[in-house]
Design a protein around this ligand. Structure first.
Ligand SMILES: CC(C)(COP(=O)(O)OP(=O)(O)OC[C@H]1O[C@@H](n2cnc3c(N)ncnc32)[C@H](O)[C@@H]1OP(=O)(O)O)[C@@H](O)C(=O)NCCC(=O)NCCS
Length: 163
């Protein structure tokens, strides 16, 4: 069993470890250089009530995180956020991503956001399945916008508008 709660600064080390796994071993993120928790403090500070970060914890171990980040610093975009979701390698495919995504989407609604954007690399079936089942619609494909692991990759753009 796992629980979902708001992230604190003390979680940043574990959040960064999980993100680094995805940087090194997947094409889910187009970051290619690993991060340090110290270097991620600015990212953490940009989040809060309106742009939450949630973590999933199992037996006291942080096994996943999700965030809603500002889509743009231009003010008219202030009700639009981008969703991110990362589960530790050895805890994937156990339903944690689905539960965490449900929680972060609900948190975004409670925070007064109007719409969420997801950018999902081609082939990421689990992410696309989660997004579709939670009301995200496909709004386009950016073709061959990233090169990672020696391959040019498409990015699927998906959007959810809160009722
Ligand atoms: C993508 C990710 C967040 C999904 O979280 P998860 O906990 O592994 O997924 P869940 O167990 O909650 O499963 C969610 C859905 O995806 C499906 N799924 C899970 N793993 C899958 C896989 N390897 N291949 C295909 N489908 C998969 C599940 O069947 C489930 O669908 P269903 O409810 O219709 O049966 C997680 O695998 C991850 O962190 N991957 C690396 C980073 C990443 O891709 N982040 C997203 C960036 S957009």
């Amino acid at each position: 069993m796992f629980t979902v709660r708001k992230a604190t600064l003390q979680d940043l080390e574990a959040i960064t470890v999980i993100y680094n796994q995805a940087i090194l071993n997947t094409v889910a993120t187009f970051d290619t250089q690993t991060k340090t928790a110290e270097g991620q403090r600015g990212w953490f500070a940009q989040h809060g009530e309106k742009h939450p970060i949630l973590v999933a914890e199992q037996d006291g171990v942080l096994v996943g995180w999700a965030s809603l980040s500002a889509w743009s610093d231009r003010c008219a975009y202030s009700e639009t956020a981008e969703i991110s979701l990362y589960i530790a390698e050895n805890h994937r495919s156990q339903g944690i991503g689905r539960k965490l995504s449900e929680a972060i989407i609900k948190a975004g609604q409670e925070a007064g956001l109007h719409t969420l954007i997801a950018r999902i690399t081609e082939g990421n079936t689990a992410s696309i399945r989660i997004a579709e089942s939670q009301g995200f619609e496909h709004i386009g494909i950016m073709r061959e916008v990233g090169r990672k692991s020696g391959k040019l990759l498409d990015v699927h753009l998906m959007q959810k508008i809160y009722e």
